[in-house]
Design a protein around this ligand. Structure first.
Ligand SMILES: C[S@@+](CC[C@H](N)C(=O)[O-])C[C@H]1O[C@@H](n2cnc3c(N)ncnc32)[C@H](O)[C@@H]1O
Length: 202
């Protein structure tokens, strides 16, 4: 798996946006934010499937999972690792058409490894508009970032009419990463630097 990740990294470093796959600690921290009442969970940029595996261990069933990955070889790897998930090879900026071509039910939870801060501002906006258009009114986007700053800047979040807060920082990851949640009904944290359960997953 590591080798597949490195090959993908050589093919398109900016799109991959990381030097190694996510750690088990980060994967568990992301998965622990998923509400188990979710009917459908969409994972964006699952890469080699480390977080996908953590979602399954948390109790989400393969049939509830949609995996959207732009890299063809990684999408192939995901299909063979998780045969009962719905794997879509495609770009998150076309999310609405790819995931919900008939305008069917909204998604409860989106778990994202997308390197949002590596994207040009207009690409980031296009992806996030799609994210919040397929997400249920009370749904949640779970996103990690390697940056000390929020993965979605405050002004962009207000433009999208969502709020966000940092829930944890995972030191056992290369590099350390913070997990944020966003949504229309998410409560902002007054002290975003001091997430309550920081390092719980380190
Ligand atoms: C940080 S890596 C994923 C790490 C993953 N959690 C792992 O452990 O393998 C980011 C992933 O997002 C995918 N990606 C980047 N931009 C994308 C886009 N616009 N649409 C879909 N996938 C994208 C990349 O191909 C890559 O697999």
């Amino acid at each position: 798996m590591y080798q597949r990740f490195i090959l993908a990294l050589f093919r398109n470093p900016k799109q991959i946006g990381a030097v190694v796959p996510s750690s088990q600690s980060l994967a568990r921290a992301m998965a622990s934010e998923v509400d188990l009442a979710s009917q459908t969970v969409l994972e964006l940029g699952p890469g080699t499937g480390v977080i996908t595996q953590a979602l399954l261990s948390r109790g989400i069933k393969m049939q509830q999972l949609i995996l959207l990955e732009r890299d063809g070889a990684l999408a192939g790897l995901l299909s063979s690792r998780f045969p009962d998930t719905r794997v879509i090879k495609g770009d998150a900026s076309k999310l609405e058409n790819l995931v919900n071509p008939c305008g069917s039910r909204p998604i409860d939870t989106i778990v994202s490894s997308l390197p949002l801060l590596n994207m040009k501002r207009e690409d980031r906006l296009a992806v996030l508009q799609q994210v919040f258009s397929v997400l249920d009114e009370d749904g949640k986007l779970i996103q990690f970032t390697y940056s000390a700053k929020a993965p979605i800047q405050k002004e962009l979040a207000s433009q999208l009419d969502v709020k966000g807060r940092k829930v944890t920082t995972v030191l056992k990851n290369l590099p350390p990463a913070s997990v944020w949640i966003y949504g229309r009904s998410v409560e902002e944290n007054s002290n975003v630097l001091g997430a309550k359960n920081s390092e719980k997953f380190s």
